[in-house]
Design a protein around this ligand. Structure first.
Ligand code: SF4
Ligand code: SF4
Length: 323
């Protein structure tokens, strides 16, 4: 589903400051709401729907029931097991969140206009300058709100800020054309090479993603910007983290993206998002999954390094557990 967006307004669910994981240096990452994929392991479940969503943070609730009385849709019920939100009734109006004295209710997803969002992220400009960092647009899928994202990136480039586009690649070609000219770096996700498994775990096969990956690579060969591409592969147990899949991704990079990709990140699974699913009242099939061991991540890195890419560009990231 495509979020409502124009060149002037976009739906953003988070602005994360001091990030060191979304490109070089210290960065401010702007998360756009709405995604074209629905990955089973998604670490940002609040990113998938393009619409504002209500969440309840149980340990802040004092049980006053103010929210129940202000909701005109009768969408809330406070039961022994917690707040039940009838999402078929909830319009995301935010009245309950405004009235809650404990800040236990929050609306995920806020409308920003271009000038306000630009001014907000420029508050961090000093960090970008000292760390050679910048701004990353992420999500969700920022290319679903490409008109706004393009204008936002353009405004930052005009101020000399380093910009990065973090994309799953599942978007219209025209959308890429709106954001690529203003992105210094592209962070492109490659999750699974097998189209059947890709559809099983993300809801879509990877045909369009691979076509767009070729398109971005060709675009980079004939334009000054983007000047750099990093591939990112999440290492998900029982899904992406197999020698076969990592080897197949490496063969694709070696065959088609030589001289374009400068870094291939293998991002170790983490389970920090468990609470996010609970707050949204959703089940997560990876909720009992533990962190990967360092030995296992090393094995995946070995599969990547022996797949036909420059071994020096393979970079494992993320936390691991002790044996
Ligand atoms: S208004 Fe807030 S604190 Fe009061 S019952 Fe509702 S969620 Fe809990
Ligand atoms: S966001 Fe609006 S509709 Fe939804 S539960 Fe709160 S008051 Fe009711």
């Amino acid at each position: 589903m495509t979020p409502s967006s124009t060149a002037e307004f976009a739906t953003i669910f988070e602005i994360m400051r001091m990030s060191t994981e979304d490109g070089p240096g210290i960065r401010t990452t702007v998360f756009f709401k709405g995604c074209s994929l629905h990955c089973a392991w998604c670490h940002n479940p609040e990113s998938i729907s393009p619409n504002p969503q209500l969440q309840w943070v149980g340990n802040r609730c004092i049980g006053c029931r103010t929210c129940l009385s202000v909701c005109r849709e009768n969408a809330l019920a406070l039961t022994e097991s917690g707040m039940e939100i009838d999402r078929t009734r909830c319009t995301g109006c935010g009245d309950c969140a405004d009235a809650c004295p404990g800040t236990a209710l929050e609306i995920m997803g806020k409308t920003w206009d271009l000038d306000d969002l630009t001014a907000e992220v420029l508050k961090d400009q000093a960090y970008f300058e000292t760390s050679k960092g910048g701004i990353t647009v992420s999500g969700g899928e920022p290319a679903l709100q490409s008109e706004f994202a393009g204008q936002f990136l353009k405004a930052l480039r005009q101020r000399g800020i380093h910009t990065a586009l973090d994309t799953c690649g599942c978007c219209r070609r025209e959308a890429l054309d709106q954001v690529l000219p203003y992105s210094a770096l592209v962070l492109f996700d490659m999750k699974l090479m097998d189209p059947v498994l890709h559809k099983k775990f993300t809801g879509h096969d990877n045909r369009r993603i691979l076509e767009n990956l070729h398109y971005v690579a060709d675009y980079m060969r004939s334009h000054v910007h983007p000047s750099e591409m990093w591939i990112r592969t999440p290492l998900i147990p029982r899904a992406t983290a197999t020698r076969e899949n990592i080897g197949a991704i490496g063969q694709f990079i070696g065959a088609h993206l030589r001289n374009v990709v400068s870094r291939w990140e293998l991002c170790a699974f983490n389970n920090l998002c468990r609470d996010k699913y609970l707050r949204l009242g959703q089940r997560w099939e990876f909720e009992k999954e533990e962190l990967l061991t360092l030995d296992f991540v090393d094995e995946m890195a070995d599969a990547a390094k022996s797949s036909g890419v420059d071994p020096d560009m393979v970079v494992p990231t993320g936390s691991t557990r002790l044996e």
